[in-house]
Design a protein around this ligand. Structure first.
Ligand code: ATP
Length: 283
């Protein structure tokens, strides 16, 4: 049986960490949304061979157990005692290591696809619970809808969807390692966004008003190492974005725009000097 699932990228409308748990991992307080920039993940289950194989159209990605999609298949296969083999084909469109959650979304897509292929009958909540072992963003990606995400990433409260907004995403030609940035956090120095006010505004449908509460506490940490990110944000702001912000630990920066003309202006202006720019919509 063959099942194909879309794996959308995520952006962080708010990203905050109030503290570190005793296990050393950050406690998260985030609002995340999905956008229509997506990978396509096809999963085929077969009697032989009984192994898990991953193929991607990207030369940079591992095809073995280091691939998060492989890990997702392994978790379901062992947990539900499936003897079938699994072949996963990933058509990458989301830039890798960009702060857009591409790997996590691929893993979530594999969970949804295998749930269908093996007729496991698991709810999204059950899949999300199983998925935290893969990465902190995977539980959100199981739903890929606007949500308030807390804890290690496993507490996902779905929020009302935003009305139509344009999103311009630019990924500067920089490499940012999430674990390196997380190790550099000095909790005394973090500037916290108003995540709880953002959640309240979204719940009450005050979407335009909600923009003032957005923010990313890790922006300053990444900008210290890569000041180019601040320049990119300033450029987007000057061109008329309603909000500009770094996603995840970067280096991608996004602009939210109500008017298509502004989104187009930002997209066209950035294309000249930024190698990867996308004009998409919030899902
Ligand atoms: P995070 O913030 O969770 O690190 P990200 O959005 O910045 O994620 P990803 O594109 O998910 O970036 O890639 C992060 C790392 O995960 C990369 O080093 C990459 O090699 C690895 N990875 C494993 N599987 C995948 C996959 N299917 N797609 C993309 N990256 C993957």
């Amino acid at each position: 049986m063959i099942v194909t699932e879309k794996a959308p990228a995520k952006i962080n409308l708010a990203l905050d960490t109030p503290m570190r748990y005793l296990d050393g991992l950050p406690r998260w307080n985030m609002v995340m949304s999905a956008v229509d920039l997506a990978d396509y993940v096809t999963v085929e289950v077969h009697h032989r061979p009984q192994t898990i194989k991953v193929y991607t159209n990207s030369g940079f990605l591992p095809n073995d157990q280091r691939n998060l999609a492989y890990q997702a298949a392994h978790i379901l296969k062992t947990r539900f005692h499936q003897t079938d083999g699994v072949t996963i084909r990933i058509k990458k469109k989301i830039p890798v290591a960009a702060g857009l959650g591409g790997g996590s979304s691929d893993a979530a897509a594999v969970l949804r696809a295998l749930n269908q292929a093996w007729r496991l009958g698991l709810s999204l909540d059950e899949l999300a619970r199983l998925s935290l072992a893969i990465d902190s963003d995977v539980p959100f990606c199981v739903y890929s809808r606007t949500a308030h995400v807390t804890g290690h990433g496993e507490i996902v409260e779905l929020l009302p969807a935003f009305p139509h907004y344009w999103v311009v995403i630019a990924k500067p030609k920089l490499s940012v390692s999430t674990p390196v940035i997380l190790r550099q956090i000095n909790y005394e120095e973090l500037v916290h966004p108003q995540t709880d006010q953002l959640v309240a505004a979204i719940k009450e449908g005050r979407f335009q008003d909600s923009f003032q509460y957005m923010g990313n506490a890790l922006e300053a940490v990444t900008i210290k190492v890569h000041p180019e990110i601040a320049h990119l944000k300033a450029q987007m702001q000057k061109l008329g974005a309603d909000v500009t912000q770094m996603s995840g630990t970067g280096p991608s920066v996004f602009a939210l725009c109500h008017a298509e003309s502004r989104a187009k202006r930002i997209y066209n202006s950035l294309r000249g000097f930024c190698p990867e720019v996308y004009q998409v919509v919030l899902l």
